[in-house]
Design a protein around this ligand. Structure first.
Ligand code: UDP
Length: 238
């Protein structure tokens, strides 16, 4: 079934910004198409895929509270944004012949199915790609934490974090060209050094469930497939 992939079941986390391209906001259909192509090539290698897309390209709850708005309302809006991103990515995957389903932690039954672990398990066993939308379903969390939660619930073998750079660096490589990339880190090092990989709750959840986190660039063509084969540039946190 799987052509030399290192992990049978994968949780892929993409930030909402991965769908934004060069725009300042929202969804660029051409970028969604490219990301879907990357994912479909990876799915065709035979791994089972669950995907969490953030919502930061559309809305973040802290943006509302920073302007004096209600944080909980803002977070509800952010969770809705993740559903929008998941719907568009699912459509793009379906167009490529991949059976993709959106399961939301926030029930919106006229738009998509609600998440249940058992339902998701059945679909993943059938080889369907699941887009876990709506984060954890609770305010004051992030989609990184939602993704780590789903990775644990679905017994994923790895948490792949697709970012705009090819791993974790000791400084921002976009600002400091001599920044050093780590090949490996422990969760403890990430937390101690306060490295900006993902929030501490997500790192801790992955650590406590022995799920390695692999940070790679979703912007680099072919990188996702390479990572699944253990090739190319990335940082492993375990
Ligand atoms: N959010 C939330 N609970 C969750 C996940 C997300 O309230 O479990 C809200 C929160 O406002 C967050 C927004 O949804 O800012 C978008 O998610 P996130 O910031 O994680 O998106 P990303 O940065 O990955 O695009």
């Amino acid at each position: 079934m799987s052509e030399g992939v290192r992990w049978k079941r994968v949780l892929l986390k993409l930030s909402g910004e991965a769908l934004m391209g060069d725009q300042q906001f929202g969804i660029d259909p051409k970028v969604v198409e490219r990301v879907a192509e990357e994912i479909s090539e990876a799915v065709n290698l035979g791994a089972q895929f669950g995907i969490v897309v953030g919502g930061g390209n559309i809305f973040r709850g802290v943006a509302l509270s920073a302007k004096g708005g209600n944080r909980v309302t803002g977070d509800h809006m952010g969770m809705l944004a993740t559903i929008m991103n998941s719907l568009t990515l699912a459509d793009a995957l379906n167009k490529k012949g991949i059976q993709a389903r959106v399961l939301s932690a926030v029930p919106v039954p006229s738009i998509c199915e609600s998440f249940t672990q058992r339902g998701a398990e059945r679909y993943m066993e059938d080889g369907d790609v699941i887009l876990f939308a709506g984060g954890t379903g609770n305010p004051f969390f992030t989609t990184d934490s939602g993704a780590a939660l789903r990775a644990a619930e679905m017994q994923c073998n790895v948490f792949l974090k697709g970012t705009s750079v090819d791993g974790v660096y000791d400084a921002d490589p976009k600002l400091k060209p001599d920044a050093k990339r780590f090949d490996t880190l422990t969760p403890g090092e990430v937390l101690e050094k306060n490295l900006k990989v993902m929030d501490a709750a997500a790192i801790a959840l992955a650590r406590d469930n022995s799920i390695p986190v692999v940070v790679f660039s979703i912007k680099t063509s072919g990188a996702l497939v390479n990572v699944l084969r253990g090739q190319g540039l990335f940082t492993v946190i375990e």
